[in-house]
Design a binder for this molecule. Structure first.
Ligand code: T3D
Length: 257
């Protein structure tokens, strides 16, 4: 049983909810452990075809719980032990992961959102690179993902100035896929997640893998990756189903196999 998160599965969608609302869902060691455990289960379970990460209460996540930071804290070790494995897991899970950013995402809470494949933002959401205000640097993959999402100049501005940006601003700079009203929040996030869960899961996993690897590949290497990946995708039932549905002029029913 988890204590700092909630984890439920519905219609092939896993819902991972950060659950320390009185601390704006700030991370503790236990929470990092529980997230890692839940993601491991979600990666393994063939019934799960999409993962949604969100927060209980008014925040998404306020980053590391500053109450636990003392003079002796070795920040590098904390990252290596608690955060980096979680960030790598998110990149390696061959299923789509959505950050449903319901409120403020600060520090490593923003990094968590950046490490997901999609960011849906409530109109009440905001993003803040809070690290600089306590003399730290963005971490947990933040310096990797942020410039790739918004470009170098904007990333530098956000990371150094540490100003909070609204959901709308985040949408304008390419940080989020969609801004959703409070009223439609649950319905729209659920619909988006269900849609992804009904898509060809194996192909989604391969797209994730190659886009992540692509940053360090030459064109020739990527062409070869695509050829290998297409061989694998081409052998799936979902490929057969997609072609049959197209030719039969009907909607495809993908099973993720
Ligand atoms: O060694 C390592 O840990 C390395 C890893 C570092 C990763 C990091 O994430 S470093 C960055 C840590 N996070 C922050 O610096 C953010 C701190 N929080 C804030 O800047 C603000 O709280 C927010 C911008 C997130 C939200 O502001 P606001 O005005 O909406 O809420 P608030 O009033 O500041 O906070 C509400 C409560 O949550 C308050 O508690 P109280 O007074 O009601 O009892 C506040 O202390 C608590 N809270 C918010 N953030 C944290 C927190 N408690 C512990 N840790 C937090 N990060």
């Amino acid at each position: 049983m988890f204590e700092t998160i909630k984890f439920d599965v519905n219609d092939q969608v896993a819902w991972l909810m950060l659950n320390r609302p009185d601390k704006l869902n700030a991370f503790t060691e236990q929470m990092n452990k529980e997230i890692t455990e839940a993601l491991k289960n979600a990666a393994r379970d063939p019934e799960i075809r999409c993962i949604v990460i969100t927060g209980e209460g008014r925040a998404f996540c306020a980053g590391e719980d500053l109450g636990g930071i003392g003079e002796e804290t070795n920040h590098g070790e904390i990252l290596r032990k608690r955060y980096n494995p979680m960030v790598k897991q998110l990149a390696e899970i061959e299923k789509p992961v959505i950050a449903a950013v319901n409120g403020v995402a600060a520090g490593a809470g923003m990094s968590l959102a950046l490490a997901c494949d999609f960011r849906l933002a409530s109109e009440k959401a905001s993003f803040v690179e809070a690290f600089i205000h306590i003399g730290l640097i963005p971490d947990s993959g933040n310096l990797y993902y942020l410039p790739r999402l918004v470009g170098q100049a904007k990333a530098l501005e956000l990371a150094i100035l540490g100003e909070k940006i609204s959901a709308e601003e985040a949408k304008n700079i390419g940080l989020v896929t969609k801004v959703i009203t409070e009223e439609d929040w649950q319905t729209e996030v659920t619909a988006f997640a269900k849609k992804l869960a009904q898509m060809p899961t194996k192909a989604i996993g391969l797209i994730k893998r190659y886009l992540n690897e692509g940053w360090k590949l030459t064109l020739d290497e990527m062409l070869e990756k695509e050829a290998n990946g297409q061989r694998v995708a081409g052998l799936t039932n979902d490929h057969k189903e997609g072609v049959a549905a197209f030719l039969g002029k009907r909607r495809p029913v993908f099973t993720g196999n």
